[in-house]
Write a protein that binds this ligand. Structure first.
Ligand code: ACO
Length: 311
């Protein structure tokens, strides 16, 4: 039963309406949201790195302009999400400190290297594709500011997914070497993309409570299955194979069966032992330190104007 002063909160959840910043909410609800939204925001800004690495090497001016816009979009997503976390009383500078000293996480997927141009296509197709499957239900999250931020994020992610698919389509219909490069990238990103959805349901400590609160609408495994079902026909359209011999349509279930995921890899990457964790964090901390002058200047400017208004 809800605590007496939280009856209104429970009514909102039961009616499937939105909780707004002014509403009373259980401390656990607030904390869970800050954790998830901050982790999501951190993922967006760390996610700029693997793709940013290819802006100077994109194969044409058109590809360069598109990739630059895409990486900028990711920065924008980070900003909407930090703003959503602030509506819960979180302090943005503190959230960044928690990212930098490892108290908060970011998505495992951004700890893998982008070795070739085909990786940029594959990130758009698989990683942004997985992000959409995970995030479309978040547009109906019980917390209003997070749900509303997700609407625009999802629209932009859909565009990112299409551009990734188009890069891979071009490569897979190009020379033998280009097709091989596309296949190699898909081989490397497929399993990590499945891991993005988190541990299996029986190993997901937060799921039950987050679903009861309407923060999560589907379980990690449900969304993972949805992603596999959506992606297999797309791989066929590209003429590329997914690196899983157990992948097969299951008529009875009405879903694709797929092979066992090596979750020990996910847990290692989350712990900080992925191929690029150290590099990503070092780059982020360096960028933050080098940007201190810009933050200081913004504060000085705001103070000056506040003082002038007060005169
Ligand atoms: N990478 C890093 N950490 C992860 C991942 C992952 N792929 N999946 C799960 N975890 C962490 C969880 O954060 C949790 O740790 P914590 O309690 O210390 O925070 C732990 O593993 C156990 O997982 P769950 O109990 O399943 O956690 P949760 O209910 O939060 O579900 C999920 C995880 C599905 C990622 C959820 O947080 C979510 O939907 N987040 C919003 C989407 C998001 O962050 N996307 C970022 C990548 S997409 C992009 O930016 C392009």
């Amino acid at each position: 039963a809800a605590e007496p002063d939280l009856e209104d909160f429970q009514r909102i959840i039961d009616a499937d309406s939105r909780v707004e910043p002014r509403d009373r909410m259980p401390e656990g609800y607030r904390k869970t949201l800050v954790r998830q939204i901050a982790q999501h925001a951190h993922s967006e800004i760390i996610g700029m790195q693997p793709e940013g690495a290819w802006i100077s090497r994109a194969p044409s001016l058109r590809r360069k302009a598109i990739l630059m816009a895409k990486v900028q979009d990711e920065a924008g997503h980070g900003l909407y999400l930090y703003a959503a976390a602030e509506t819960l009383g979180a302090d943005r500078a503190e959230l960044l400190d928690m990212l930098h000293d490892g108290r908060q996480k970011y998505s495992s997927i951004f700890n893998y290297p982008t070795l070739t141009w085909a990786d940029i296509g594959t990130i758009g197709w698989l990683v942004d594709g997985a992000a959409i499957v995970n995030q479309v239900p978040l547009c109906r999250c019980s917390y209003g500011p997070y749900a509303r931020a997700m609407i625009r994020v999802c629209k932009e992610e859909s565009f990112h997914q299409r551009q990734g698919f188009e890069i891979l389509h071009t490569l897979s219909h190009g020379t033998e070497a280009q097709k091989a490069m596309a296949q190699d990238a898909v081989d490397r990103w497929w399993w990590p993309s499945l891991m993005m959805f988190g541990p299996s349901d029986d190993q997901s400590p937060n799921s039950a409570q987050s679903m009861a609160w309407g923060i999560k609408r589907f379980s990690n495994d449900e969304l993972r299955q949805r992603f596999v079902d959506m992606t297999v026909p797309q791989a066929e359209a590209l003429g590329l194979t997914l690196p899983d011999p157990d992948l097969a349509w299951n008529e009875e279930r009405g879903h694709y069966d797929f092979g066992e995921i090596d979750f020990s890899e996910l847990f290692e990457v989350i712990k900080g032992n992925g191929p690029c964790n150290a590099e990503r964090m070092a780059h982020r901390v360096r960028a933050h330190e080098q940007g201190a002058w810009a933050r200081d200047a913004a504060v000085a400017y705001a103070d000056k104007h506040a003082a002038r208004r007060a005169e």
